[in-house]
Write a protein that binds this ligand. Sequence first.
Ligand SMILES: *Cc1c(COP(=O)(O)O)cnc(C)c1O
Length: 396
Amino acid sequence: MPAPSVETYRPETRLVHAGALRSAFGEISEALFLTQAYLYESAEECEARFSGKIPGYVYSRYSNPTMSMFEQRMAALEGAEAARATATGMAAVTTALMGLVRSGDHVVAAKALFGSCRWVIEEWLGRFGVTSTLVDGVDLEQWRRAVTRNTKVFFLESPTNPTLEVYDIGAIAEIAHAAGAKLVVDNVFATPLYQRPLALGADCVVYSATKHIDGQGRVLGGIILGSEKFIMDHVHQVIRQTGPSLSPFNAWVLLKGLETLSVRVERATRTAAAVADALAGHPKITRLIYPGRKDHPQAATIAKQMTGGSTLCSFEVKGGKEGAFRFLNALKLVGITNNLGDAKSLVTHPTTTTHQRLTPAQRAELGIGDGLVRFSAGLEHPDDLIGDLLGALEAV
Ligand SMILES: *Cc1c(COP(=O)(O)O)cnc(C)c1O
């Protein structure tokens, strides 16, 4: 009996079944193909596969069955025609950006960026003669005004790290397209379950699969998704020829991670919402940001374009850096790190870690105070986490 096409199923079902390639052994769990290259029946077949005249795997720098399964499962989830996996989230961001620009071009990006994304745009692209303008992502007028004759790319993350600001992806895509530019969205914080940038008008979506997609703190990975034309025009050759490729082993870990993504993300979101509600109004907390709460500054945009809140919540602890450090050091269950999207709940102090490279003025502009803490909800019981967080606030 032929299986119905995966498009007819809901996201939770796609996460478990989409993209599976079964070998002759009929294995249930997807196979791990740890191989660099492939054998051909004849020199003629080898020639035909190399030239692309017949389909088939050639070399694992750019094609491998386990990598394909991960790419196809992500594409099915995202509603994308094509996807290419990469070694890390930064490899995905860099490949997508470098594939779109050449010397003399211009990039517009929201200034609230993951630290390495900001470095790539300001420093790395700059070395190759690509200029950039950073804007306040909430302010559509700033996006419009930043456009020049050479603007080729708009880039943004939403929700942002660590202040969880949310940008109007549809409106920004319209401005980009009117300028003849492509919009690339880093969708890590939303996850593919809560926001689908391609459906909102973006041309390309990138992920650090290191975060929720693995979700258990084990491997690094990334992925770039878009239309078949976008991937072939801007991504395929860059990956094939320069090699920022995902290891088949890591592709397999991420593929299996996808099977439990919805269960983990839903649970962590409920926990993050419960933590936000427990901390809101606490006398030691001066500001609390959670994308699922009515008091979020972009609540209307969230209602329009997202189907869920967040597994993260950020808050400002009284007493600046000293207050935040006292709080972090008093935590017994929640771990101090710079990572997020793990089964273990984690806290980060952005000023001294992810955003250390920025000047105090640049941080202030982004709303990152010295007391700001980012909390990433894991899979522990919410009451144990709330107990730990409230207990640690006593030390502030
Ligand atoms: C972590 C992260 C990245 C980078 O991903 P790596 O897998 O660590 O290279 C990029 N963007 C965002 C928003 C992230 O959270």
